[in-house]
Ligand binder design. Structure first.
Ligand SMILES: C[S@@+](CC[C@H](N)C(=O)[O-])C[C@H]1O[C@@H](n2cnc3c(N)ncnc32)[C@H](O)[C@@H]1O
Length: 286
């Protein structure tokens, strides 16, 4: 790939978490991973932090981020398995992600961006809260509802519609440009749920990289800085490396942080593999 040559790992930092006793966390250490992709014309950073996003966001400088893509823990009723979730096993998998998130994060996101430019993955329950936050409380921001249409949903439709849609709320401030063309700007993106990535990265809600690449290309220019403050397995990080954007990621769970770190390293190696040309066969001139 054109932009990358080496990955310089500048180090892992471990700091003890302050006030651990007060926090319902199992993690004992904060870690961070800083990689650099050095290329002829590009010098890409990826900074992945194992941390609580609100705490880490408060340390990021004002106006340092061009685009935010985030996939926060969704709000859902924890009334048990089955039903809306397709199966009890799936419910158990995503249950820890069902508490929603602190909306103070949204205020911090406004501070770290010069102009709000933000994609938020959501289910219908969280969407309601987000719409109140943006359309009612912040009407100066423009909102659009985008859809990720899953073409292979779980075959569970007993007394309900299929769970084949995920909502993405796109919020931007006046003056923020939207690039792209007729095809990349469709409000509906159809693809299979990426079972392969879910298995590979052992994360139940991994998002498709091509979809993230589409949002990144539509909303930034190469070299821009993209933040994902609920990074999970760092799908957004991979999409950033593939599109030549800087990545800042924050993930609380040490297991997913580690997965993300490996994923960024592997993506970088993949992108920087020299292309081996097959030698041309000599023609027999007999
Ligand atoms: C819905 S998942 C994101 C999945 C991600 N889009 C991907 O493709 O892998 C939400 C993630 O947020 C993380 N998380 C939850 N609370 C957090 C917090 N306070 N700060 C940072 N990360 C948090 C969870 O551990 C989980 O991995």
């Amino acid at each position: 790939m054109a932009f990358g040559r080496h990955l310089l790992v500048c180090g892992f930092n471990s700091h003890p978490l302050p006030n651990m006793a007060k926090q319902k966390r199992t993690q004992t250490n904060k870690k961070s991973f800083h990689g650099k992709c050095l290329g002829k014309n590009k010098n890409l950073n990826c900074d992945l932090y194992q941390d609580d996003c609100l705490e880490r966001l408060r340390k990021l400088p004002d106006k340092s981020i061009d685009l935010v893509i985030m996939d926060p823990p969704y709000l859902f009723d924890k009334g048990g398995g089955g039903g809306a979730f397709g199966s009890r096993a799936y419910y158990k998998e995503i249950e820890p992600l069902g508490d929603g998130f602190d909306f103070q994060v949204l205020n911090e996101l406004e501070r770290v961006q010069e102009k709000t430019n933000l994609y938020i993955f959501s289910n219908i329950k969280l969407l309601k809260e987000l719409l109140v936050n943006y359309q009612v409380n912040k009407p100066h921001l423009r909102t659009d509802l985008l859809i990720w249409h899953k073409t292979n949903p779980a075959p569970s439709c007993n007394n309900k519609y299929l769970s084949n849609l995920e909502y993405v709320l796109f919020v931007r401030e006046k003056g923020v440009k939207l690039f792209g063309d007729y095809h990349t700007k469709s409000k509906v993106y159809s693809s299979q749920t990426n079972k392969k990535d879910k298995k590979l990265y052992d994360h139940p809600t991994t998002k498709p990289v091509p979809l993230l690449e589409n949002y990144i290309r539509n909303s930034t220019k190469p070299g821009a800085t993209v933040l994902d403050c609920f990074a999970g397995s760092s799908s957004t990080g991979e999409a950033c490396l593939r599109t030549g954007r800087h990545f800042v990621g924050i993930e609380l769970d040490p297991k997913h942080f580690k997965t993300g770190e490996k994923r960024l390293r592997d993506t970088h190696s993949q992108l920087t593999q020299p292309v081996v040309k097959k030698p041309k066969k000599k023609k027999n001139r007999s």
